[in-house]
Design a binder for this molecule. Structure first.
Ligand code: MN
Length: 276
C-alpha cells in the first residue's frame, strides 16, 4: 500500500473529532513496582497517560482513604507521581483536583499476584480501579496470577491489547464499567484467549502467624489467603488454571437482593411490601 493512501479501512470521517484517550494509571504495589512500569510502557502511546501511584506497597488496602493525615505528591525522575497514601487516595486526589481534567479510563496494576474471587474485596489494585468507577470513569484492574513478575512483558502486551480493543467506543458515553482482569504468568504465545468469568471463592485464610518480638511482645502476621474453593467452570480460577486470561465485570452494590424479602420477614421490622 502506498504511503498516504487512505483506504476504506483506515478512513475515519470523524477522526478530526477524536481526541487522544486520557488514561490514568495507578496500582497498589507502589510507583516503583515492575508491574506499573510495564503497564505504563505498554499503554503510553495509546493516548495521554499519567501515573499517580502509592509511594509504598499498599496491597490489600482495598478502598481505604486517608482522612487523618495530609497527603503529599511528588514527581519521580521518570515523570510518575507518587503519593504517601493508598491506591484509592491516589485516584481520588487525581480525579478531584490533581489532574485538572477527567481521564477517559483508569487502569490499575499490573499487580504482583492474583486478584480472583474473594481477593477482589481486599485488593488495592481493584480499589484503585473502583475509585475511578465510583467517580464515573471506566476502569480496569490488571493482575498476574502468580507473584514474581514472570512473563510480565506478556501480561503488559495483553493489557495493551484489551485497552486497544475496548478503545474509544467503549469509553465515551454510557454508564461506567469496572473490569477485573487476571493474566496467567505464561509466555505471550501460551496465554489462551480471554474468558469472561464470574468470581470464584476461596477457602478461609490460613491461620494467623504468631511470633515473639525482640522485646518479648507477641506479634501477629496475617496468614496467607485460602486456596480456591469454588473454582468451577465459569470462574476466574478455572479460566486462569487452564491458561486463559480471565475478565470479570464487577459491580459495587453489596446489597443481598435475593434475601431482602427474607430479612424483612425475619426481623418483622419492615412490612414485606416495603421491599422494592
Ligand atoms: Mn499488590
Amino acid at each position: 500500500m502506498g504511503a498516504g493512501l487512505v483506504t476504506a479501512a483506515t478512513y475515519n470521517p470523524m477522526s478530526f473529532l477524536v481526541t487522544p484517550m486520557k488514561i490514568l494509571i495507578s496500582n497498589d504495589d507502589g510507583y516503583q513496582a515492575p508491574g506499573i512500569l510495564a503497564l505504563y510502557e505498554a499503554l503510553k502511546d495509546l493516548g495521554e497517560v499519567e501515573v499517580v501511584a502509592p509511594e509504598h506497597n499498599n496491597s490489600a488496602k482495598s478502598n481505604a482513604l486517608t482522612l487523618h493525615s495530609p497527603l503529599y505528591v511528588h514527581r519521580a525522575a521518570n515523570g510518575f507521581r507518587y503519593v504517601n497514601g493508598t491506591p484509592a487516595d491516589c485516584v481520588h486526589i487525581a480525579l478531584t483536583g490533581l489532574l485538572g481534567y477527567r481521564p477517559d479510563l483508569v487502569v490499575s496494576g499490573i499487580n504482583n499476584g492474583a486478584n480472583m474471587g474473594d481477593d477482589t474485596i481486599y485488593s488495592g489494585t481493584v480499589g484503585a480501579a473502583m475509585e475511578g468507577y465510583l467517580f464515573g470513569v471506566p476502569a480496569i484492574a490488571f493482575s498476574q496470577t502468580d507473584k514474581g513478575w514472570q512473563h510480565l512483558d506478556a501480561a503488559a502486551a495483553k493489557a495493551r491489547e484489551l485497552v486497544q480493543r475496548l478503545g474509544a467506543n467503549a469509553l465515551h458515553g454510557g454508564a461506567p464499567w469496572l473490569l477485573n482482569v487476571n493474566i496467567p504468568n505464561l509466555p505471550l504465545g501460551q496465554i489462551k484467549p480471554m474468558k469472561v468469568c464470574r468470581l470464584g471463592r476461596r477457602h478461609l485464610a490460613e491461620p494467623v502467624i504468631t511470633q515473639t518480638s525482640p522485646r518479648g511482645e507477641t506479634m501477629y502476621w496475617i496468614g496467607a489467603a485460602g486456596a480456591a474453593k469454588d473454582d468451577a467452570e465459569g470462574t476466574d480460577f478455572h479460566a486462569t488454571f487452564q491458561g486463559h486470561m480471565a475478565m470479570t465485570p464487577l459491580q459495587v452494590d453489596l446489597t443481598d437482593h435475593d434475601r431482602l424479602q427474607h430479612w424483612a420477614q425475619t426481623t418483622g421490622a419492615l412490612d414485606a411490601s416495603t421491599v422494592a
